[in-house]
Design a protein around this ligand. Structure first.
Ligand code: FAD
Length: 473
């Protein structure tokens, strides 16, 4: 009787406690992935994430094939497919890693019950977080609502050492009849016509070894400079590990252990680890506050009069707002499936404050377009930017996009890269073309309203409107 390992957002072989235990059972293995668009516990995977999945699944399959096995990919409702597949294969046990949201956990419970009823054992582990969230609680037994206190408390526990790749020697063949009608058509994960993913392909290579390489390169080249480099939007000052962490090609425990080895006490590694702490805190918050992706955590905002303006939203999505740093960020996202964290904060503030559009619109767009789309990180950060979260930047702190650009893209390289129609502008004119002298614009070949949009909102008016809406709450 085989053991089934159900891969989800943990697409790797190393540090995979579920796989480890399945291998240790001595039973022949079946490795399975299910793309569930029918009964997703939260949302179906967005387009950019699907592109990433295509590469990540191929990588995992290749790794398993080199060991004599394979990865089966199925499409359909996991609640139906997993028990049926296990029954057809007369499986002894199914192994997986816990998910965090209450809807995901309820779904996993239903699948567990169905499996157990048919005599199949279910074994589960924590594989996508540093620690079981129930281990980190306040003295009163509640959960932390502030990241700093949570992170301090977490570090009083021992984070388990990452596991290696288990020695897999025995795999179970699966007859074609069991896979009929349920095989995932992986080619459909990639865009057909138009092919919008060319920028993705030149930027990213999904996969476990690539993820490890990103981590090693970052430790070698950038971590010491991280405290300064992480805010420079034009530089490669951050690890770009996010899509590898989101798909599970790299585990947070591997990152933690690598940083400890590197020497976590100096500023660079310490601050970098605290970002991993934000990731962990987002998951912890999703676990304890399931409304995180759906509702303002601060109830005061339930009466907020967000604007519904399809034209402004579209201009923001397309990077056509007329505010260069905002457009640069949104175009980086559109073309590569990723955006620098500082730029994410700037475009998020612009959407929710200058345009006064609900953060949920931004969350949904990011979910569709990010290769690192991650329910917990995305929702927590949108609520943070909008000021609607539990530990959020106050609503009245409104980023001035020009000041942000001057500070974090001082030479304008980021804007020039992503908004090439402005590349011949320099100095302040690059950051605020609407305030530039006609002669400077002409010389740079910029015609506002024709080669580049006029701003869709006056920055001062937008700011005043946001503050007024906030005061009215
Ligand atoms: P590094 O600076 O190298 O950080 C290392 C890792 O720490 C990241 O890979 C990530 O896993 C974690 N991390 C870093 N910053 C944060 C943060 N603020 N919150 C939580 N974890 C963090 N991150 C996602 O992974 N998925 C998302 O869907 C996502 N949506 C976001 C939406 C908004 C509006 C904002 C402001 C931020 C969002 N982030 C999201 C967080 C952050 O922008 C990215 O994790 C980071 O830019 C990824 O680049 P990196 O791997 O080079 O980061």
């Amino acid at each position: 009787q085989p053991a089934i390992v159900w891969f989800r957002d943990d697409l790797r072989l190393a540090d995979h406690p579920a796989l480890h235990e399945a291998v240790a059972s001595g039973r022949p293995l079946i490795c399975l992935y299910v793309l569930d668009d029918k009964t997703p516990a939260l949302h179906p995977a967005g387009a950019a994430l699907r592109w990433w999945l295509h590469g990540a699944l191929a990588d995992l399959r290749a790794q398993l094939q080199s060991r004599g096995g394979t990865l089966l990919t199925l499409a359909g409702s996991a609640e139906d497919l997993i028990p049926k597949f296990a029954r057809n294969m007369d499986a002894a046990s199914v192994y997986w890693h816990h998910r965090l949201h209450e809807r995901e956990r309820a779904q996993d419970d239903r699948i567990r019950q169905a499996l157990e009823q048919q005599g199949c054992e279910v074994r589960t582990h924590w594989g996508t977080v540093l620690l079981d969230p129930d281990l980190v609680s306040t003295k009163q037994g509640g959960f932390y609502k502030v990241c700093g206190s949570f992170w301090k408390a977490l570090q009083t526990h021992a984070v388990p050492e990452p596991l290696g790749i288990p020695d897999m020697s025995s795999f179970q063949d699966v007859p074609e009849s069991v896979l009929q009608d349920v095989r995932l058509n992986e080619a459909e994960l990639c865009p057909q016509a138009p092919d919008w993913a060319s920028g993705f392909r030149t930027t990213w290579e999904p996969g476990e070894a690539e993820g490890q390489e990103h981590l090693e390169d970052f430790l070698k080249d950038a971590v010491a400079e991280y405290p300064r480099g992480r805010d420079r939007v034009a530089e490669e000052g951050t690890s770009r590990l996010s899509p590898y962490l989101a798909s599970g090609a790299v585990s947070p425990r591997q990152v933690w252990a690598a940083l400890q080895k590197h020497g976590a006490h100096t500023d660079g590694p310490r601050i970098f680890l605290s970002e991993l702490g934000w990731r962990e805190f987002a998951r912890y918050t999703l676990y304890h506050l399931p409304q995180l992706p759906f509702e303002n955590l601060s109830p005061k905002f339930s009466g907020m009069h967000w604007r519904k303006n399809a034209a402004d939203l579209k201009a923001w999505q397309r990077g056509q707002t007329g505010v260069p740093i905002v457009d640069a960020g949104m175009r980086q996202l559109w073309q590569t499936g990723w955006m620098h964290n500082r730029a994410r904060m700037i475009v998020g503030s612009f959407l929710t404050k200058h345009l006064l559009i609900d953060w949920k619109e931004g969350e949904a767009w990011f979910r569709e377009t990010l290769v690192d789309a991650d329910f917990a990180n995305n929702a927590m950060n949108w609520q943070w930017v909008a000021g609607t979260g539990i530990e959020a930047t106050p609503f009245f702190r409104i980023f001035n996009p020009t000041r942000q650009a001057e500070k974090f893209d001082p030479d304008g390289d980021y804007i020039r890269q992503w908004v090439p129609e402005l590349r011949r502008l320099s100095g302040k004119a690059l950051f605020e073309p609407w305030a530039a002298k006609e002669a400077d614009l002409r010389q740079a070949g910029v015609v506002l309203g024709r080669t580049y949009p006029r701003p869709i909102v006056d920055l001062k008016d937008g700011r005043d409107r946001a503050l007024q809406a906030f005061r009215a709450l």
